[in-house]
Design a binder for this molecule. Structure first.
Ligand code: FES
Length: 380
């Protein structure tokens, strides 16, 4: 008894041997004269009685058919092992042949239940029987056939998607189909050796240390305690400075009230100089007043509400842009809301021959102060 399943070659070899033995007995003559079983191969395929073994698979199959249907030669009707019709298909023939050639064939071959009674009919059934060990001597043929016949057993034994070629291969190799169908586990892929971390360059270390330092500094600066103390310190400092400023007297920083504006020759007769308008808020005028040429200094403050008028050379007048008051060259108002003439400031000829202005002194025409010699300098 062998554990391995018979291969096709073994089966064919056994069939050849049986054929040769039959030829020795002279029974092949009767077989050759017997009519071909129904549905079997044509007469030409039936091998003639010959001592030589069949050569081709077709011949072997024809001989097997003829042998399986041996009853026909004697009684005219096919003599199937189970009394049924002779095998008509190649699958049936192979099944019967396997059943016959199986080791310890007494259990489940043609003698007992036989291929016609319980043997599988289709190649899938044959493969299932082989897979389930039905062809081996260890399992009785009836039990094997019963187990193989149930769809549940087949579903459990036949893996889904397994081809017939795989089944035959598994049967020949003796490996259960389920095991053959199972894909071999791939060897685990060796893990690539982890490259050791390259030593960080010194520059990276410096950058990391700087980042760590700055990160720590930011955390410290942004901490609530630091923020609170910073705000408190700022408020305290601001209070101290405000107190110090409060303790100091208010000092109005103004330009000096007395200043020199150059010699009288710098001011041509009949002209209005705006040279000192921006710096000292005065106009210097060289004009004839009451028939006498004099130089005087007019304040640039409008007598209406304090705006600064503009000197219009073409119109020979001062024009206030705020409310339209107009003043002549000598400072007398003639239009607009201004209630009185412009004011003169103190002017004198200093010892050094320079004109000196004293803005601390004001002279008003309506008060008769323009006749004061301190309000003008005669032109020689
Ligand atoms: Fe000069 Fe009113 S301020 S006109």
């Amino acid at each position: 008894m062998t554990d391995s399943k018979p291969s096709s070659n073994d089966i064919l070899a056994k069939i050849r041997a049986a054929k040769a033995a039959a030829a020795g007995d002279g029974s092949e003559k009767a077989q050759s004269e017997a009519p071909a079983p129904a549905g079997a191969a044509p007469a030409s395929a039936t091998p003639p009685a010959s001592p030589a073994a069949p050569k081709s698979t077709a011949d072997i199959l024809a001989a097997a058919r003829a042998k399986a249907g041996g009853g026909a030669a004697a009684g005219g009707a096919p003599a199937a092992p189970s009394g049924g019709a002779a095998p008509s298909s190649t699958a049936d023939i192979l099944a019967a042949a396997r059943a016959k050639a199986a080791p310890a064939g007494g259990a489940g071959t043609s003698g007992g239940a036989g291929a016609s009674a319980g043997a599988p009919k289709s190649p899938a059934d044959i493969m299932a029987a082989i897979r389930g060990g039905g062809a081996t001597a260890a399992k009785p043929a009836a039990a094997a056939a019963k187990a193989e016949g149930s769809p549940k057993a087949e579903a459990a034994k036949v893996p889904a998607g397994m081809s017939a070629a795989d089944m035959i291969k598994a049967a020949r190799s003796g490996v259960p189909a389920t095991a053959a169908a199972a894909k071999p586990a791939l060897p685990s892929k060796p893990l690539a050796a982890k490259a050791p971390a390259a030593a960080k360059p010194a520059a990276a270390k410096v950058v990391e240390s700087r980042r760590g330092f700055f990160g720590s500094m930011v955390e410290v600066i942004c901490s609530p305690v630091v923020i609170a103390w910073t705000a408190f310190s700022g408020a305290t400092l601001f209070s101290a400075l405000a107190t110090a400023r409060f303790m100091m007297p208010n000092v109005l920083v103004e330009p000096p009230t007395k200043f020199k504006i150059g010699p009288p020759n710098d001011y041509a007769p009949g002209t209005v100089s705006t040279k000192w308008q921006a710096q000292f808020n005065i106009w210097v005028v060289n004009a004839e007043v009451d028939g006498a040429p004099i130089i005087y200094a007019l304040s640039t403050v409008c007598t209406h509400l304090g705006c600064t008028p503009n000197w219009l050379e073409g119109e020979q007048k001062f024009k206030c842009p705020c409310h339209g008051s107009g003043f002549y060259k000598d400072g007398v108002n003639f239009e607009g809301p201004a209630p009185r003439p412009l004011e003169r400031v103190g002017l004198r000829l200093a010892e050094d021959g320079m004109l000196e202005v004293d803005k601390s002194v004001k002279f008003q025409k309506e008060l008769g102060q323009w006749s004061n010699t301190s309000s003008y300098v005669p032109v020689a």
